[in-house]
Design a protein around this ligand. Structure first.
Ligand SMILES: [Zn+2]
Length: 446
């Protein structure tokens, strides 16, 4: 049956494998039906050969906290703190999303991410129309775990975003049947209770039961902002992570973005229950939220991976920027270079794959893994010279250096172009959708 196989060879790469020994191999990669089946130097008669001329080859980057639905709100919610940012801007905008505007927003976000080398995302979407995000990702070819947002209570939540728990869980069941593990396992469902303040205890229990039974990821936010913590204390009578723990939500299927303001007891809960921490330095700095204690978490063996969060709190979805900021903010707290560049690149590749329990498939360039691969220009005016490749990836390189992105052996981005999507058309269509959305959002803005 070999005649029907799709075989490709990437030739003459500088391969940063991110394997156990952090090996770097100068050579070729053989890809058969989307799987890496050879690494090294070999002669081949295959006709589909891409000559890399020494370009850097990396495993596709993984970002574990994204909101594709917010991409078209970029620049429309600047200079606000978390709760104002949500109530005055983000919730009214999300409430005004239609299937059309959400679809375009998801395309825009996914294309930005692929053009910057991010091949896998854990994304929290909005309350309504989550199915169209799956449809958008079918088109872009990105690997994703898409969270349906859950909100059944809370202060100043616009009506379209408040959804009773029965209706919400019904929708989760439908999405699960239709999309979980679809597209050869490339797309999965997560359930995303937005944060403690937007969810009743009963909703949290329903989410917990469904996700534990089906081993589905629970994706939420926690301990991002001091005022948020105060409000959680008022409503739930305890601190944020304590509350999730009391509700039985903590564990290796719970993924919490931010975790900035956590006390000693909560640190212990995170490490004992193997709850995953999703670190978003760009967003944390822009909203003035604070600096997470990442080195202390790593020391305790807590799983930490990286995400850009949504476009309106960053304002880019660029993994290189997040790696750089992750390093820099700990230099201020702990001293220069305290967080090692190797460890930061791991957080954005193999550690993130491990956090998602996908390290048998992605996160490094190794035999038998899916060919989720990024190619970077070896050197340019802003990146040359360098002596340590990991430090260069964190501090010299940027998304502008990405020349090709591959998911499961398929080229999903190459030199500014996407196989089936046109960037100018998408930007134009997003502009039109945004105009209409802002009209609709007016009635929810206060
Ligand atoms: Zn977020």
């Amino acid at each position: 049956m070999s005649g029907t196989k799709d075989i490709k060879v990437l030739k003459n790469g500088y391969i940063v494998t991110m394997n156990e020994n952090l090996e770097i191999i100068e050579g070729d990669i053989l890809i058969e039906d989307g799987v890496i089946t050879g690494i090294g130097k070999f002669e081949t008669s295959v006709s589909n050969v891409v000559n890399l001329n020494g370009s850097i080859v990396l495993p596709g980057f993984i970002q574990t906290h994204i909101h594709l639905c917010q991409t078209i709100f970029r620049g429309l919610a600047d200079d606000l703190e978390l709760l104002d940012w949500l109530r005055r801007r983000i919730w009214p905008f999300e409430a005004a999303h239609t299937e059309e505007s959400l679809f375009k927003s998801a395309l825009l976000g996914s294309m930005e991410l692929l053009s910057g080398g991010t091949t896998t995302i854990l994304t929290m979407e909005t309350v309504n129309h989550t199915h169209v995000v799956f449809e958008a990702l079918k088109e872009t070819g990105q690997r994703a775990i898409v969270g349906k947002c859950m909100m059944d209570e809370g202060d100043k939540v616009p009506k379209p975003l408040k959804q009773g728990r029965r209706k919400a869980m019904n929708e989760v069941e439908k999405l699960y049947k239709k999309y979980h593990n679809s597209e050869n396992g490339r797309l999965q469902l997560a359930v995303a209770p937005r944060f403690a303040l937007s969810c009743s205890d009963k909703l949290i229990e329903d989410v917990r039961d469904f996700c534990q039974k089906n081993r589905v990821i629970i994706h939420s936010h926690s301990s991002e902002n001091l005022k948020e913590i105060e409000s959680v204390y008022e409503v739930k009578g305890m601190r944020n992570i304590e509350y999730f723990h009391k509700m039985g939500l903590t564990g290796d299927i719970l993924y919490l973005a931010h975790c900035i303001w956590v006390d000693e007891d909560e640190m212990n809960i995170l490490s004992e229950t193997k709850t995953r921490v999703l670190h978003c330095p760009g967003s944390n700095l822009k909203l003035g939220s604070g600096i997470a204690m990442i080195p202390e978490m790593l020391e305790r063996g807590i799983s930490v991976s990286l995400g850009a969060d949504g476009a309106p709190c960053n304002n880019n979805l660029d993994v290189f920027m997040e790696m750089r900021l992750a390093g820099l903010i700990q230099s201020i707290r702990k001293g220069p270079g305290f967080l090692k560049s190797e460890d930061i690149v791991k957080m954005a590749t193999i550690d993130a794959a491990r956090a998602l329990r996908m390290d048998d498939k992605i996160g490094s360039i190794e035999l038998g893994k899916k060919a989720d691969i990024v190619i970077l220009k070896r050197k340019d005016l802003h990146s040359f010279p360098y002596s340590n490749i990991y430090s260069a990836l964190v501090y010299n390189f940027g998304s502008r250096d990405v020349t090709m992105t591959m998911v499961e052996g398929n080229i999903v981005y190459e030199n500014g172009l996407f196989p089936s999507l046109n960037r100018e058309t998408i930007i134009y269509e997003c502009e039109i959708e945004l105009k209409k959305l802002l009209e609709r959002a007016r009635k929810y803005e206060k």
